[in-house]
Design a protein. Structure first.
Length: 61
């Protein structure tokens, strides 16, 4: 039970970190890329050529 709650809390923090990173990128246009990891998943926030922010999520093997 405790392990499941820890995983749930860690995943919730991962999602919050992604959205905070997105807000930081909106406020600071000089940030080009941010990376967040959770277990076997990695999310990258990156600016494209038009300075729009793109989300990409990859599974780690």
């Amino acid at each position: 039970m405790k392990k499941r709650l820890r995983k749930k809390k860690a995943y919730k923090q991962y999602i919050q970190d992604i959205f905070l990173g997105y807000e930081n990128m909106l406020e600071n246009p000089e940030l080009k890329e941010l990376t967040f990891s959770y277990l076997k998943e990695t999310t990258v926030l990156k600016r494209d050529d038009n300075q729009q922010i793109r989300f990409r999520t990859f599974d780690q093997d």
